[in-house]
Design a protein around this ligand. Sequence first.
Ligand code: IMP
Length: 201
Amino acid sequence: MVEAPRVVLASSNPGKLREFAALLAGVPVRLRNASPEELAALPEEGDQYEANARAKAVTVAQASGLPALADDSGLEVDGLGGAPGPLSARYGGDPLDDAGRVARLLAALAERPGAARNARFVCVAALALPDGTVHIRRGECPGRILPEPRGEGGFGYDPVFEPEGHTRSLAELPADLKNSLSHRGRALAGLTEELTRLSGG
Ligand code: IMP
C-alpha cells in the first residue's frame, strides 16, 4: 500500500496538531508538527492574517522540503471597529492570559447595544508546496459576544462567543460541533482538494 504524503504543520503546538488532524480526518495526509529547526526562521507576526499564514507556511515548506500548512486567526468585533482581529492573541498586552483578555473584551463592550456585540472569528489557512506554490483559503464563523463567559471547553474567546444559529457559547458546544462550524474548519475544508491532490488523488 502506498503511504499517504507527509505534510508539516507550521506550529510546535500538539493541541493544534490534534485539532488539524480532526479537521482533516478522511484526507489522505500524514500530518506532523514542525521541528524547532524548521520553525527557527519564522518571521515576526504582523497585522494581516494572510501575510502571517503565508509566511509561516512558506518558511516551513522551505526548511522541511515538504508541503506545509499554517493558519492565522482572530476575533473581529463590530463595536470595536473589527478589533482585536489579527492581534487577538496579544489583545490587552503581554501579561494577560485568555481569561484576562476575555475580561478586557467584556469591559470594552460594557453598556454597548446589541449590534456592537456582533462579531466573527476569521481564519486564513495556507498550504505551501516545496515548488513555491501557495494556496490560501479564508473561513469565517459569525456570531455575537455574550454578556459573560459560559462553558469550560475550547480556548481563547470561546466562552464569550455564541455562533449564529446556536444558543450556547463555543465553549459549551461539543468539540466536533465546534469543528464543523468553526472558521478554522471552514478554511481547511477549502484546502481539502489541494491536500488530496498531493497523494495523486
Ligand atoms: P491563532 O492565529 O490561531 O494562533 O489565533 C490567534 C488568537 O485568536 C488566539 O490566541 C485566540 O485568542 C484567538 N482565537 C483564534 N481561534 C480561536 C477559537 O477557535 N476560539 C477562541 N479563540 C480563538
